[in-house]
Design a protein around this ligand. Structure first.
Ligand code: NAD
Length: 424
């Protein structure tokens, strides 16, 4: 039979029926199908309502990072991640930071930006003035869309307008500033942006196309700082190494990308565990890192007068305690309960602290012992498992590879043969 991915009405089928078609297409075994449909804590009926064309679920481990002291309060931090060493590294860094009094954090109000794009405007500058003069009318109309948000103390609070030059000619961009309180706010802001489009068209005589939230949330920032005693971080030489690493990342985008990836390892793991939108957070973080024209590091590390290590991080943090999957995914609800944050602002600040901790752990490993050593044992276990090591000898194979400093698939296969022969 000819294989085709053109399947009409696929979305109308239930997950089992969809999987039957996928099974045929990809020649899956019944065992492979069962793996996909073994839904555990996320019932198929719920998964099927969350996204489209569902055929199964994808479990990933949830770990808890310990030792976090933030503004004098203790937090256990749930992380959903497939990468070894992240949870251990965050816990280790949080312990070092604890020695210096923990993290201190702050944040701006939870204001998101909605953009309304108007093209074919005859006199863009005059149109811009008319939009600004109609501010109260536009804000009122926006707020009529979300009385719940307004009653929670949020809503559209302000607006601005700018004329930009583009390859397709000048455009008038109206920006709506919406306080999203405890929601991430994309749906709320998009609804408002759509509702005011006709008013903007009438005011400008132009044509509105896009009406959408910006993920570059420069008005919704979270900051975290910490001071780590030099003894806790491993001595003065390690402090110097971290300061040099920080300067390297600040100056060089190639290094900055990896430096920031390290911080995002922790942040995204928490975002995922709590059912928040990790694409929004990644997009915002990297756009913010490039805001001044050259991509740079989101965190900075310097030496204090006493020779200790001071670190700080600032990035956009559009997260919610409600909305999206946060209150529908059963594991996200449990993760939120473990974390115990009461507002989206507190949540954003915890995330900034986690990012700073993760960044510290990576830099310390790089400046001190090299990143591979810290990663080695879990990495070796993964290689051993991938090479097919049975459960009872996975650790043995991993240990041997670490000892030999040869963590490779070919060596794992040899060791499996050797150790299995020993056992039989
Ligand atoms: P939502 O619309 O599900 O929930 C937000 C709503 O909850 C508010 O509008 C308000 O009416 C209500 N609410 C009740 N109590 C509140 C309180 N204390 N604080 C704030 N609001 C309260 O979700 P959302 O946060 O508007 O949107 C998030 C979803 O949008 C995510 O799933 C995200 O993936 C998705 N999304 C993202 C983008 C993007 O980032 N570019 C675009 C489209 C959609």
């Amino acid at each position: 039979m000819e294989r085709s991915s053109l399947i009409s009405g696929f979305y109308k089928l239930n997950p089992k029926e969809r999987l039957r078609l996928v099974k045929e297409f990809a020649n899956l075994s019944q065992e492979e199908c069962d793996l996909l449909q073994n839904t555990g804590s996320l019932p198929m009926s719920l998964a099927d309502r969350m996204i489209e064309n569902v055929v199964g679920v994808f479990p990933i481990p949830v770990g808890i990072a310990v030792n976090f002291l933030i503004n004098g309060a203790d937090y256990l931090v749930p992380m959903a991640i497939e990468e070894p060493s992240v949870v251990a590294a965050a816990s280790y860094a949080a312990k070092m930071v604890r020695d210096g009094g923990g993290f201190h954090t702050s944040s701006t109000p939870p204001v998101m930006i909605g953009q309304i794009q108007t093209v074919s405007v005859k006199d863009p500058e005059a149109a811009r003035q008319r939009v600004l003069e109609a501010k109260e009318t536009i804000l009122r109309k926006a707020n009529e869309q979300d009385p719940v948000l307004v009653s929670a103390g949020g809503g559209a609070k302000n607006l601005d307008a700018k004329v930009i030059d583009t390859a397709a000619g000048p455009m008038l961009i109206t920006e709506l500033y919406v306080d999203c309180r405890d929601a991430m706010g994309a749906n709320a802001v998009n609804t408002m942006a759509e509702a005011i489009a006709s008013t903007v068209e009438n005011l400008t005589g132009g044509h509105v196309y896009l009406r959408i939230i910006s993920n570059l949330a420069t008005k919704r920032l979270a900051q975290a700082q910490c001071v780590v005693p030099k003894e806790s971080v491993g001595g003065e030489e390690v402090v110097d190494g971290i300061v040099y690493a920080s300067a390297f990342a600040e100056a060089d985008p190639y290094r900055a990308a990896t430096h920031n990836k390290g911080a995002m390892n922790g942040i995204i793991a928490v975002i995922l565990a709590t059912g928040n939108d990790h694409r929004a957070i990644e997009a915002g973080a990297h756009a913010y890192a490039a805001l001044k024209g050259q991509y740079t590091s989101l965190s900075k590390w310097e030496k204090t007068e006493k020779g200790d290590l001071r670190g700080s991080i600032e990035l956009p943090m559009a997260v919610g305690l409600i909305g999206g999957a946060v209150r529908t995914h059963p594991i996200a609800k449990v993760a939120m309960k473990i974390l115990g944050v009461r507002t989206a602002n507190e949540f954003a600040e915890v995330l900034a602290a986690v990012g700073l901790a993760q960044n510290l752990a990576a830099l310390r490993a790089l400046a001190h012992e090299g990143i591979q050593r810290g990663h080695m044992s879990l990495h070796a276990r993964n290689i051993a498992a991938a090479a097919g090591a049975p459960e009872d000898i996975v650790n043995l194979v991993a240990e041997r590879m670490v000892k030999e400093r040869k963590i490779r698939m070919d060596r794992a296969i040899e060791l499996i043969k050797e150790l299995s022969a020993d056992e039989s």
